[in-house]
Design a protein around this ligand. Sequence first.
Ligand SMILES: *[C@@H]1O[C@H](CO)[C@@H](O)[C@H](O)[C@H]1NC(C)=O
Ligand SMILES: *[C@@H]1O[C@H](CO)[C@@H](O)[C@H](O)[C@H]1NC(C)=O
Ligand SMILES: *[C@@H]1O[C@H](CO)[C@@H](O)[C@H](O)[C@H]1NC(C)=O
Ligand SMILES: *[C@@H]1O[C@H](CO)[C@@H](O)[C@H](O)[C@H]1NC(C)=O
Ligand SMILES: *[C@@H]1O[C@H](CO)[C@@H](O)[C@H](O)[C@H]1NC(C)=O
Ligand SMILES: *[C@@H]1O[C@H](CO)[C@@H](O)[C@H](O)[C@H]1NC(C)=O
Ligand SMILES: *[C@@H]1O[C@H](CO)[C@@H](O)[C@H](O)[C@H]1NC(C)=O
Ligand SMILES: *[C@@H]1O[C@H](CO)[C@@H](O)[C@H](O)[C@H]1NC(C)=O
Ligand SMILES: *[C@@H]1O[C@H](CO)[C@@H](O)[C@H](O)[C@H]1NC(C)=O
Ligand SMILES: *[C@@H]1O[C@H](CO)[C@@H](O)[C@H](O)[C@H]1NC(C)=O
Ligand SMILES: *[C@@H]1O[C@H](CO)[C@@H](O)[C@H](O)[C@H]1NC(C)=O
Ligand SMILES: *[C@@H]1O[C@H](CO)[C@@H](O)[C@H](O)[C@H]1NC(C)=O
Length: 756
Amino acid sequence: MWKQIQARFGLIAFLFSAVQAVTDSIGNNLPIFSPLRPPAVPLAVKSPYTSAWSSTGGSLNSASPVFWTSTPIGWEGIITVDGTSYEYLGNGFQALPKLPKYRLALPQTVTYDSQYSNFTFIAGPITICASFFSPVIPQDTCRSSMPLSYLTTTVNSNDNQTHDVQFYSNINAAWLGAGGNGEFTWDLLKNGAPMNRTEIIDQKDNASLYSWIYEPSTQVKLGESTDFPQWGNFTYTTKSMGASNFSCESGYSLDLHYKSLDGKGLKNNNDIAYRGSGTREAIFAFTHDFYNVSEAQVRYTIGSIQDPVMKYMYRGGTANLRPWWSKCYGDIFAMIAYHWDDYDAVRAAACDFETQLRQDTYRFFENNTVIQHGLNSSSFYSNGPATGGPDEPLVFQKEISSDGNINTVDVLYPTTPFFLYANPELLKYTLQPLYEFQEAGFYPHGYSMHDLGSAFPNATGHIAGDDEYMPVEESGNFILMSYAYYKFSNNVAWLQSHYTLLKKFAQYLIEFSLVPAAQLSTDDFSGRLTNQTNLAIKGIVALQAMNAIARVAENADDAAYFSSTAQSYYSQWETMAVDPSSRHTILAYQWRSSWGLLYNIYFDKLLNLGIVNQSIYTMQSDWYASVSQVFGVPLDSRHHYTKSDWQIWAAATCNTSTRALMVNAVAYWLNHTSSGLPFTDLYEVIDMGGSPEVPDHISFKARPVVGGHYALLALGRSGQGSSAQAGDTTGSLFPKNGTGALNSKTKITGFERRMV
Ligand SMILES: *[C@@H]1O[C@H](CO)[C@@H](O)[C@H](O)[C@H]1NC(C)=O
Ligand SMILES: *[C@@H]1O[C@H](CO)[C@@H](O)[C@H](O)[C@H]1NC(C)=O
Ligand SMILES: *[C@@H]1O[C@H](CO)[C@@H](O)[C@H](O)[C@H]1NC(C)=O
Ligand SMILES: *[C@@H]1O[C@H](CO)[C@@H](O)[C@H](O)[C@H]1NC(C)=O
Ligand SMILES: *[C@@H]1O[C@H](CO)[C@@H](O)[C@H](O)[C@H]1NC(C)=O
Ligand SMILES: *[C@@H]1O[C@H](CO)[C@@H](O)[C@H](O)[C@H]1NC(C)=O
Ligand SMILES: *[C@@H]1O[C@H](CO)[C@@H](O)[C@H](O)[C@H]1NC(C)=O
Ligand SMILES: *[C@@H]1O[C@H](CO)[C@@H](O)[C@H](O)[C@H]1NC(C)=O
Ligand SMILES: *[C@@H]1O[C@H](CO)[C@@H](O)[C@H](O)[C@H]1NC(C)=O
Ligand SMILES: *[C@@H]1O[C@H](CO)[C@@H](O)[C@H](O)[C@H]1NC(C)=O
Ligand SMILES: *[C@@H]1O[C@H](CO)[C@@H](O)[C@H](O)[C@H]1NC(C)=O
Ligand SMILES: *[C@@H]1O[C@H](CO)[C@@H](O)[C@H](O)[C@H]1NC(C)=O
């Protein structure tokens, strides 16, 4: 078996290397990617609105950076060395007539981890490193709520000579309001105060912070247009950084681009008297000149800032919520200044997270098993559980690309392993608003609500009960996530305080989960189906969790009832769920020889609930290995697409060799897919591993569900890793040093409840 699989991998790899392009669309050599070539690399990813990516179909300087939707957004970078200009970021200059002193910087390497994406280039006698840094510090809600990222560009001489080096960089207005097609107003600010237009920049002042700030002239507060925010400010900020000459200018893109090539620097002019698009669009630029240097560095802060950030309906009515960072840091300029000054400290914090993540991942790969931490044994967590209160943030998650719903229960559910691994309190902060809405009696049904609002950022729930109908799915998810948070936090009071609502959902599951009627599961793009095996087992595992929850709530009668119901349902489920061949579970009770990923048994294992028989784990583990395709195991027997999150969930329920096979398949797909989209979680396991379009021509991009790639790491934290089957250690395909689940940037925004 393993030989066959290896042979097949070898053959496919050979075919790919024969056809894979080594140059991009403009003839640039593709850089070397490490640890591997993902479809797209994050540049500035901190919120649903600060979300810039570089598709790896090309290089950083062969195409424009894109918003997560794939819409181009202007972000340029040029280094001029001894009079010759090298473009390293964006492609705005390639539209100009070829100039003798203009060149493309030559891409060399791309390296990335959970925090950084670094691109190196050769530019004549120097090396350029553009280091994009979006800190992921899950323990720190203040820092996590800041929607800003860093770009640090460093040049180093390669020939032991000193050089005259000019850094030029600009942004355009496309980051706000439907790709920048509207009217904007902008300003240049010095330490947060508008600059007098005739004021000359003092070249000796290396302490002041200069910010370009622009906003749509007509704001639609809390409005979106093609997923771009229609309100708020966008900023690009820097200091002189010790440059001999430092200048700022806004103007027509064509004018400024030409000017930046003539070596004379910018005019320190803020031209506010024009509008337009294309070559006449407004751009906002900085230049830093260094003379006779062998190395130099410039840093920028970038991001989209909204205040208020959310509309929220709760017991007290409807409120516009202010961002959590405003409580931590003050107004937007205080926040920008904090972000700028925080650079060294946040680098250290980011390094701690990355080091822990690497350690956990490497240890897992090293011994081909999941490491054991034991609950709460790690200093990684914040100090002890906290009970809910007004001083805690609420977290709202946008269901990016699939529909823009808020805190969709079946999107939080696949994301849960990330929260449990990185900071379980984040899970509570996302569940909290769902609890508040439903405990206030705003939702009319007896099962869990699907989401907190159909169009981010308006979290106004579903008073009419007209949300997407996934009753068994969401009720099971809600119970399981709540119990998981309790298990990882030991927050007894919190779980007890929500017992009434949880019991209501459990009663729904008792009635409807064993033989689920025709309905959607979370994989709604696959359509409705009656008697879904995987949906039924979710309900049963949730009832078993309810037994434990009732015990925490000190209700022994309920506990006994939930326990006996779960046991009885489980044995009935086994007789209906297993195919007559005894080789796999079926997709739906009435559909012999169908099959699918039975990922919902993951929580049985994660939370040590002990309801699912080991024979089911063994059977599924063997079955997956027998149906795996080049890019992994299909989601079910109806299609040849899969979900990366569910594959890793399922891998966590398997023996070591099947785990290795599935984790490797996802890593292999990542390195070879034809998709250039920010990590799509839905892809074809055959052909070129492309991203299929689901109904309404949507392809999935940068969705929060990639938090599910932490399923194995969360197992390690729960102390349940040892129940991996022993024996089979032939999983030698394991990539060393973690090519799998490393680069997952979850969009987190923290908010406080405050009226505006
Ligand atoms: C990714 O694919 C490239 C090109 O086929 C290959 O050279 C490289 O070794 C692969 N990386 C990993 C980590 O498998
Ligand atoms: C990226 O560059 C920064 C320096 O700006 C460095 O500290 C970091 O380790 C690098 N990370 C990767 C993944 O290359
Ligand atoms: C630069 O200087 C170092 C040490 O002085 C030497 O080893 C190296 O070869 C020099 N490099 C070039 C490109 O001249
Ligand atoms: C702008 O600055 C100039 C030079 O510092 C000064 O003469 C002028 O009064 C200032 N104008 C305003 C409106 O502050
Ligand atoms: C949110 O509600 C406001 C009205 O309060 C509306 O103007 C805005 O368009 C809504 N946003 C979305 C994304 O629907
Ligand atoms: C944008 O920033 C300006 C200050 O430059 C401020 O007056 C304005 O209220 C901000 N707009 C929004 C929507 O936050
Ligand atoms: C900034 O200016 C101060 C005083 O003029 C000087 O001591 C310091 O070295 C300068 N910093 C940089 C980065 O040039
Ligand atoms: C610095 O910039 C100013 C304004 O553009 C220019 O007049 C001056 O010559 C520049 N200095 C150097 C050393 O290039
Ligand atoms: C750079 O150094 C050269 C010689 O080493 C000198 O002639 C020139 O004036 C210096 N340029 C600046 C701007 O300091
Ligand atoms: C992995 O196995 C080696 C050899 O048995 C052992 O020394 C090491 O401690 C193990 N690592 C972990 C994380 O369990
Ligand atoms: C669903 O399963 C039940 C129990 O096995 C069966 O009675 C029923 O006919 C099935 N429904 C469909 C539509 O096949
Ligand atoms: C894996 O990473 C560790 C720590 O950085 C390093 O010591 C080891 O050599 C690496 N192993 C491989 C196979 O790259």
